[in-house]
Design a protein around this ligand. Structure first.
Ligand code: 5GP
Length: 181
């Protein structure tokens, strides 16, 4: 028995569907950035699996850097973003692709776009796995989005609940209580 099977997780996006959609997005990115080099900036921790799959499907010269930001606590978004690990790459005049797991209020992505803009890249595009449109506080520009989700809390494929569930190959909703942890 797989360890997560004892939890009641309702699958929202299956492993196959996620991989198929990432292939489509990777193709669009490869065509739009044709003959250009791209610096991917992935937001840890949530986007590490998405970033790994996406970059392996993009047919371009890519480099990658990671930032670790925190704005969530349990199941609640906080409106203040903390930088725990910052950018290491020089991004001046580069084509930047920000990779984020999920945009909810938009506060995190808005913060990162501003931080990156200060460093004068050639341009900034954003790519998100999940777009939760209903609780937006900041009007952020999303160039590539894999799926739209409703306002419920989802886990899996990099997304966690208190650090757990990131390793699930699919995205789902936890139904009921987590008391049998
Ligand atoms: P925002 O700043 O847009 O409100 O939130 C972005 C961050 O909140 C994401 O990077 C992610 O870590 C977290 N987040 C938002 N919604 C969810 C969700 O449904 N599930 C999980 N696991 N994290 C979420």
């Amino acid at each position: 028995m797989k360890i997560y099977e004892k939890f009641n997780i309702n699958v929202v996006f299956s492993e196959d569907l996620i991989q198929k959609r990432i292939s489509e997005i990777a193709l669009q990115i490869s065509e739009n950035f044709k003959n250009k080099e791209v610096l991917a900036i992935a937001v840890l921790n949530g986007s590490f699996i998405f970033c790994a799959d996406l970059l392996r499907k993009i047919n371009l010269k890519t480099t990658v850097d990671f930032v670790l930001l925190s704005s969530y606590c349990g199941m609640k978004s906080q409106y203040k973003v903390n930088v725990i690990l910052g950018l290491k790459e020089n991004i001046k005049d580069k084509n930047v692709l920000i990779i984020e797991d999920i945009v909810d209020t938009g506060v995190t992505l808005d913060f990162l776009i501003k931080e990156v803009s200060f460093k004068k890249p050639k341009n900034i595009k954003t790519c998100v796995l999940l777009n939760k449109k209903t609780s937006r506080k900041k009007n952020v520009s999303i160039d590539y989005s894999c799926f739209v989700v409703d306002n419920s809390f989802v886990v899996g494929y990099g997304l966690d609940y208190n650090g757990l569930f990131r390793g699930l190959p699919y995205i789902g909703k936890i139904e009921g209580s987590l008391s049998n942890e």
